[in-house]
Design a protein around this ligand. Sequence first.
Ligand code: UDP
Length: 407
Amino acid sequence: IDKTVSARDARPTAQLDDYADLLGRRHIDRIYRKAADLSHLHVAHVSSTFYGGGVAELLDGLSLLMNHVGITTGWRVIQGAPDFFSITKKMHNALQGGSINLTDLKKQHYEDIVYKNALRNHLDHHNMVVVHDPQPLPLVQHYHRKGPWIWQCHVDLTAPNVELWAYLRSFIEQYDGVVVSLDEYQQPLETPQRTIPPAIDPFSIKNKELSTQEVNERLAHYDIPTDLPLVVQVSRFDRWKDPEGVIEAFKLATKEIDATLVLLGNVATDDPEGKEVYESLLDEQGERIYILSVEDTALVNALQRRAAVVLQKSLREGFGLTVTEAMWKGSAVIGGNVGGIRRQIEDGKTGFLVDSVEEAAERIVQLVRDPDLRERLGQAARTTVRDRFLLPHMLERYLDLFAGFET
Ligand code: UDP
């Protein structure tokens, strides 16, 4: 099979040319030129899940787009039993500011599992390797490198746990480059750092245009009522996403307005806490509160489109692709005033930022009552995403990063 041809002809994966109407021909041609200079690269992305969560979401689109522009790019996923992912989830939580009991046993287990993955993943012939997040981080020490190794961290590094950071740093500094999602996440490190904000694929099932009928059909399929305005949060079931705060804010708001809340979540394979968080919320199910744990990308799309208000009330958020997705759909978004959400939403112009349950409730009331305001914020939000957070923007920054290692 001629992979180049089959990849180019394949649908529904978007190609760079599909973005010409959105970004302009010159922009697209500039990216093609940069990619042509790097066609000798053989890139491998390594992450810890093919599915669930923002990293899988963006690698899905990004790795295909890299192939479309002529850079041979693969995506490997490390394997581990639940106890491995339990340790790495604790690390994730501690990187976002939580505490951790970092025993020698945990470190040993973490490093052993990564070592096993190194034995069965042959990355010695790739001349560009990008390792995502802490789960596969120690891989770097097990290879004869043919080119640069980059560690990309997607978590909110506003205040990483000091003890954990000191431990991880011994691996991080073996890399040739570090990528974070926002400038303020850069850390004091020997290794050179870059900021590359994530991005979305507007042509994917999650983000493409849907007709009113398609939206109705998806919502009806799950018996989600549309008689009242929908307030929606789509998120992994994770405490950092503050699902309890969302429910509380909704209850406060519905003292003044009538609405239906939908909390849609999924559980990533590398997140063992998800099931517990989901189950802890079920008591809150009610006539106007729907808590759904289903895997349905088109439902995510439909909800983000139909919602009168999309919430992302996170307490920490590396970037927050759900915010980008909803903004792209022209929805009015209320986001927690943290991490990547703060860098996407301009308060009062492209959505609202909130610091408390009470503020979230006030904004829900305001938006439900004011369709013109929703329309205004949503249109401005869509423009922000078009100008900054579509996949070609991210691709170009990657190409610039790769090119920087060439000289
Ligand atoms: N997501 C989904 N179904 C769900 C919940 C989340 O497809 O039920 C997707 C969501 O649309 C987004 C990603 O998972 O693309 C979450 O990325 P984000 O950056 O918001 O958060 P993370 O999970 O990486 O912390």
